[in-house]
Design a binder for this molecule. Structure first.
Ligand code: SF4
Length: 462
């Protein structure tokens, strides 16, 4: 074999031993595999984290976490035992080095962020925004984002079984934090869902619905099944994608009898009607793919749905190198039958600068991962450009690497640009993290008045 930059090796999945963690030392396999037990034992605060990890976690770590929660966190803490157990998986909580391993762990870095993780110089980009993709501006009815010509995003609920520190929908999803209030839906849930179905009935040009939130695993099963069944009743809908990070974070939910039986019913109806149902999950690190996650993915495929796909997020300190991305993609594909699909660049929400990569870094990673996986399973690294939508990172129209501003174009209108004759000629800006720029670029940003978007954002192409 030739020497290659990446060496492929199959890896055997193993569920990390949860009894190494003092708080769960007596938990039985039956309890561990129960969705109810997992939900009841989620870690929601520092006290609970300490109870689970025992003395393994230093006071300094807890102070660092406390400060982040008070001053920076855009998401409250909610981590199912399944996910806690994949952090520092080879380390017993009693080991002297446990805190160091926990600090360095990629899953910890995005699920339990601490103050010292974040940039002190630029914790947020000057143009970071709560709803950075402007989804609410594009709501056709409350919670239904119509951003692309033939597809919509249905935010059916604002909660998840786990809260990720970098959540793009931090504006809407989860509980308020000391520094972030949350947008609340106005209409009651069932009214909103009915309005979504009515909009889709009246808009037959939409053929594809992403059913999301939040995470659909938090919707009571009968209500979710009724909504998806109503979508299946519409002749115009040909693709339905159920968005759930819980396939990884709480696989016990998708393995429960009620959910499996319900997915069988939906899968069977979809097959009869020639509609594709897929599950889209969100895994960022190879160590998150455990035997239970693989079992849940296979159980879903056994219901006859078309596919289970992964949409990870590219995060510094988590998966910002080709080895990490390829290890994750191969373990998903080989061991869990999950299709590596996308890696999104982390969006420009407040407090995310330390996680974000520059466009140039993302382009280099896309180049480095090409040619190892089958073409159909080679994930595309995409930038979700505000007011444009997802673009492969090499689709940039022009790129000022000194100022870290990339310019993008679009080929369709949303309702927001209905009256804008220049919408399809305009260039739309996206920004690199300022600390990654050359000194001249950083200096330029220090001197800017950030109350207004730069002229380049609104300049039509010549
Ligand atoms: S699971 Fe998705 S919606 Fe929920 S907090 Fe994480 S990123 Fe946000």
């Amino acid at each position: 074999m030739l020497d290659q930059p990446y060496e492929y090796r199959r890896r055997e999945l193993a569920e990390p031993d949860w009894t190494r963690l003092p708080g769960w030392a007596r938990v039985t396999r039956e309890e561990w595999e129960s969705a109810q037990w997992q939900r009841a034992h989620c870690v929601k605060n520092i006290r609970q984290l300490r109870e689970v990890l025992g003395g393994g976690l230093s006071d300094a770590f807890c102070a660092d976490l406390e400060r982040d929660q008070q001053e920076r966190a855009t998401m409250s803490m909610l981590v199912p035992p399944q996910m806690v157990n994949t952090m520092a998986p080879g380390h017993g909580a009693a080991e002297a080095s446990f805190t160091d391993a926990f600090y360095a762990d990629p899953v910890r870095r995005y699920m339990i962020p601490v103050f010292s993780d974040r940039r002190a110089d630029w914790p947020s980009h000057p143009y970071a925004a709560r709803d950075s993709l402007h989804e609410a501006e594009m709501w056709a009815v409350e919670g239904l984002t119509h951003r692309y010509p033939t597809k919509v995003l249905a935010e059916v609920l604002p909660t998840c079984p786990q809260y990720c520190g970098h959540c793009t929908r931090m504006d809407l999803v989860g509980n308020p934090t000391p520094v972030i209030t949350k947008h609340k839906f106005v209409a009651p849930r069932d009214d909103r869902l009915a309005a979504m179905i009515n909009y889709l009935k009246a808009t037959p040009g939409v053929r594809d619905v992403v059913v999301s939130g939040g995470d659909v695993a938090n919707m009571p099963w009968p209500r979710l099944e009724a909504f998806v069944s109503a979508l299946l009743d519409l002749d115009s809908i040909r693709d339905i994608r159920l968005a759930t990070k819980a396939l990884m974070g709480l696989p016990q939910h998708w393995l429960s009898d009620e959910v499996r039986a319900g997915m069988e019913r939906l899968g069977s109806t979809a097959r009869q009607r020639g509609v594709s149902i897929a599950i889209h999950t969100h895994v960022n690190a190879a160590q998150s793919v455990t035997p239970l996650v693989a079992r849940a993915a296979r159980a879903m495929l056994d219901t006859g749905i078309r596919d289970v796909r992964n949409q990870g997020v590219l995060l510094r300190g988590v998966n910002d190198n080709a080895h990490a991305l390829l290890d994750l993609s191969f373990v998903l594909l080989d061991e869990a039958n999950i299709m590596p699909y996308y890696f999104y660049m982390c969006d420009m929400i407040p407090g995310s600068e330390h996680w974000r990569l520059s466009l140039a870094e993302a382009q280099a990673l896309q180049h480095q991962i090409m040619g190892y996986l089958p073409g159909f399973a080679t994930p595309r690294i995409v930038c979700d450009v505000p007011y444009v939508g997802k673009r492969w990172v090499h689709q940039v129209s022009r790129y000022d690497t000194e100022l870290g501003i990339s310019y993008w174009t679009k080929n369709y209108r949303t309702a927001v640009e209905a009256g804008d004759p220049l919408a399809l000629q305009r260039e739309y800006a996206y920004y690199d993290p300022i600390y990654t720029l050359p000194a001249e670029g950083q200096q330029w940003w220090l001197g800017q008045d950030h109350d207004e978007a730069p002229a380049s954002l609104t300049t039509a192409r010549q």
